[in-house]
Design a protein around this ligand. Structure first.
Ligand code: AR6
Length: 318
């Protein structure tokens, strides 16, 4: 999956490179920096000594020694002074420079902690927003799988209002309204063009597979394939499999990822999911959350994934 968010210790992640939230000396410290140096062993410190430090916003690469990855990319985030001292631009540079180096070293999988969001005091929700937005921007032009590693629960105090709204949606409104609306919806899905199309069209659309419907909708929306699969948080290889195999059955998170990327209204999203054999069930928290976003026409897959993560649900995409 192009962007994943996981809760873990970054020193345990198997990937090509992990990013380190270091300081200007590059000689180790507390937080994630301390954890990385401890897990890597003294060889890392030896190599870091030769680098001559690193400026804030810049990044340097080393080997990974005893860590289960090939490289460590050390970057120095800004210290938070209230936001009026160029902190955001510097944090953006940390991600850009780290990703540029990862690409130079042909890394296919990279993991990041939330740079500056610990000792350096950057507000965690903002730090996460910048991480997600810079990584997604990079992935629009590049093929790489990037994992954001969140260590503590507090890092996910993103959009508290959004989370509260979803909770309310799950707890109160949903169950009562859902069954009535779903029965109407089901009717629409069964006979999608009943009012306007003749029988041949209806039969034709029943025969259309998930892959065929997806490709048709991509064309109808005037999107390119790449725009669609990137927005769906799905990698190129999986997309070509779907494109080249009309009978391909995607996983449910993949199918939903495409419905989100295409910004389908709920009835069309349901229709697309049915083509892959799935429905949004009222008894699944995952489904209810997805439905909340579609109903509210909020089609930012990373925002949805943040909410799914908050509720300990699987993420959308591959
Ligand atoms: N895995 C993943 N994330 C972690 C881990 C871990 N093992 N440990 C901490 N975090 P911080 P900074 C999270 O303080 O704010 C060091 O002393 C942590 O919860 O490590 O950029 C350096 O030498 C937080 O969300 O880095 C510098 O002096 C995030 O990693 C200074 O701290 C970053 O927290 C850098 O401060």
């Amino acid at each position: 999956m192009p962007i994943q968010i996981v809760r873990n210790d970054i020193t345990k992640i198997k990937c090509d490179a992990i990013d380190n939230a270091a300081n200007n000396s590059l000689l180790g410290g507390g937080g994630v920096d301390g954890a990385i140096h401890r897990a890597a062993g003294l060889g890392l410190l030896e190599e870091c000594r030769k680098l001559g430090g690193c400026k804030t916003g810049e990044a340097k690469i080393t080997g990974a020694y005893k860590l289960p990855c090939k490289y460590v990319i050390h970057t120095v985030g800004p210290v938070w002074h209230g936001g009026g001292f160029g902190e955001e631009q510097l944090l953006i540079s940390c991600y850009r420079n780290s990703l540029r180096i990862a690409k130079e070293y042909k890394c296919e999988t990279v993991a990041f902690p939330l740079i500056s969001a610990g000792v350096y005091g950057y507000p965690k929700d903002e730090a996460l927003r910048i991480a997600v937005s810079e990584i997604s921007r990079f992935l629009l032009e590049n093929e790489m799988t990037v994992t954001i590693v969140v260590y503590d629960k507090q890092s996910f105090q993103v959009s508290k209002k959004l989370i509260a709204d979803i909770r309310e949606y799950i707890d109160e409104r949903y169950i009562d309204e859902h069954f009535i609306e779903r029965s109407n919806l089901y009717f629409d899905v069964q006979f999608p063009k009943q009012k306007t199309a003749d029988l041949r069209d209806v039969v034709g659309s029943i025969d259309e597979s998930f892959s065929e419907m997806l490709l048709r909708k991509i064309d109808e929306k005037g999107m390119t394939d790449a725009q669609c699969y990137k927005k769906a948080n799905i990698d190129r290889k999986l997309f070509s499999k779907i494109r080249n195999n009309p009978g391909y059955k995607p996983s449910k998170p993949t199918a939903i990822g495409f419905a989100i990327a295409l910004e389908l209204p709920l009835d069309e999203a349901t229709d697309l999911l049915l083509k892959a054999g799935y429905a949004l069930s009222p008894s699944s928290k995952f489904d209810v959350i997805v439905e909340y976003f579609i109903r509210n026409q909020r089609y930012d897959i990373f925002e949805i994934n943040e909410a799914l993560f908050e509720f300990d649900q699987p993420l959308l995409g591959v």
